[in-house]
Design a protein around this ligand. Structure first.
Ligand SMILES: [Zn+2]
Length: 262
């Protein structure tokens, strides 16, 4: 069994064929997915999509590209989503984490201080509800590390980990997880491959980040949850472990991290 710990299967434009995508994932042994919200409406879409689907969970949050959405009204709405109150009382499944949130100095149109404020305010919500956080960091590691450290959050995954060895050590020494995408299959990525080899068995997960970041053999095409299997095979080869070991460890890690029902 494998879990796609970071999927955007609820992007309707990308996945009009989502039923077949789920079937293919199951055939590949990817029997659960965590769907990640990118902004308020998108989080709501993810929530609506998963409610009647036992193999899917959802995560609510505002990505640093959308920091303008961090208003008192939306923060209140985010809390209501988590509590399943008000407009969201029709749902039965709560989000399993807050995310994806973080800092992106590469592409976000928002200034660092605006992004940091949004990141901090959502970390407070995670703490308030004792939820883990799914963190997106790009070209902003030092500031993200400072905000995370100051916030006091303990349950953190650095999604699509793309940092260096010192940054990985920093995360693992705090009990934070790193999660690996199809990027580990790109031949030039030797630094990341070393990090995959060194990741502590209980501190890493696998994810597609689909529809983005397809593994090497599908590069340039739409990514989908079934491809977690190829990522797992590649990770197993790098670590010199059987595929079953990688599958069992990463599944156990995702179940523990998101506190999934089994
Ligand atoms: Zn994502």
């Amino acid at each position: 069994m494998l879990i796609d710990s970071h999927s955007h299967l609820h992007f309707h434009k990308d996945f009009p064929d989502w039923q077949e995508v789920i079937t293919r994932a199951e055939a590949a042994g990817v029997t659960r997915q965590v769907l990640i919200g990118c902004e308020m409406r998108d989080s709501e879409r993810a929530a609506n999509f998963v409610q009647d689907k036992p193999s899917l969970e959802w995560v609510a949050g505002v990505h640093p590209h959308e920091s303008q959405q961090i208003t008192p009204e939306n923060l209140r709405s985010l809390r209501e989503m988590i509590r399943l109150e008000g407009d969201f009382a029709r749902w039965v499944k709560r989000p399993v984490a807050v995310g994806e949130i973080g800092l992106d100095y590469f592409r976000s149109p928002h200034a660092p201080d605006v992004q940091q404020k949004g990141f901090r305010e959502q970390l407070e919500i995670a703490l308030e509800f004792d939820l883990p956080v799914v963190v997106h960091v790009r070209d902003a590691f030092e500031d993200a590390a400072t905000v995370l450290r100051d916030s006091g959050v303990k349950r953190v995954v650095l999604h699509c980990f793309s940092g260096g060895p010192e940054q990985a050590d920093w995360a693992w020494s705090r009990g934070f997880l790193t999660s690996f995408t199809g990027v580990v299959t790109y031949p030039k990525n030797t630094v990341l491959m070393d990090i995959v080899r060194q990741a502590p068995a209980d501190l890493y997960m696998l994810e597609t980040d689909c529809p983005y970041l397809a593994p090497q053999v599908h590069r340039g095409k739409r990514n989908e949850p079934a491809f977690v299997r190829e990522i797992a095979e590649h990770v197993a080869e790098l670590r010199g472990e059987p595929l079953e070991t990688v599958a069992a460890q990463t599944t156990a890690n995702a179940i523990r991290f998101f506190d999934l029902q089994v």
